[in-house]
Design a binder for this molecule. Structure first.
Ligand SMILES: Cc1cc2nc3c(=O)[nH]c(=O)nc-3n(C[C@H](O)[C@H](O)[C@H](O)COP(=O)(O)O)c2cc1C
Length: 186
């Protein structure tokens, strides 16, 4: 796929078919992720891959409950609060896989490095016909002791980017972009 199409046509996708993502395809996405630049080439990332639908549903339930419990601090709007209160809303949109990119170690750039890896992963997925969505709703729960224990995360792995991956079902229309604020300092 041409780079321009990858950049312009990637979408945060919220509808997935039940088809599993092949192991080799997940490995290829991680390989694309680690091609990202990183400060001092520390490559401070690690990947936790979840494919257990029962666990994903459990995380969704617990993450929703935790966010609602700490609302409004962690819930941006009444619309989101209503969504999280809907028992039919699964924060992972029933995608077959979640790749959690974690920052490893305490380098001050590590979380930024992980977000660069995340963008690579999302573009690479789009390039192969897969779809993704970063799921920030999972973040607060992933940082809890319960969350870390459920995923058995090593102590020095910090969750940064929970990204669902799957085969898209249907078409996602592009949300419009605001005109960027620019200042030119010629
Ligand atoms: C840090 C971050 C957190 C996000 N969290 C969520 C989320 O929890 N649920 C969701 O449906 N989309 C989430 N998104 C997707 C955004 O809503 C989406 O990227 C935005 O609406 C623009 O759409 P596009 O990615 O298709 O251009 C998140 C995106 C980012 C970058």
């Amino acid at each position: 796929m041409e780079l321009k199409h990858a950049i312009y046509d990637r979408r945060a996708t919220r509808a997935y078919s039940a088809e599993a993502v092949a192991q080799a395809d997940l490995e290829a996405l991680i390989d694309a992720a680690i091609q990202a630049p990183s400060a001092n080439n520390l490559q401070p990332w690690a990947f936790c891959i979840l494919r257990n639908s029962a666990l994903l549903t459990r995380i969704s339930e617990e993450a929703k409950a935790l966010m609602l419990q700490s609302s409004p601090a962690t819930v941006p709007s009444p619309h989101v609060e209503e969504m999280l209160g809907n028992p039919d809303y699964q924060i992972f949109y029933h995608a077959p896989a979640l790749i959690l990119i974690c920052a490893v170690g305490d380098d001050s750039w590590s979380q930024i490095d992980c977000t660069l890896a995340a963008q690579n992963l999302m573009l690479a997925a789009h390039g192969t016909g897969l779809a993704t969505c970063w799921i920030g709703f999972a973040q607060v729960w992933l940082e809890t002791d319960e969350g870390r224990a459920a995923l058995d995360l090593p102590a020095n792995w910090k969750p940064v980017a929970p990204i669902i991956v799957g085969h898209p079902s249907g078409v996602t229309l592009p949300p419009s972009r605001h005109t960027p604020k620019l200042v030119w300092r010629d």
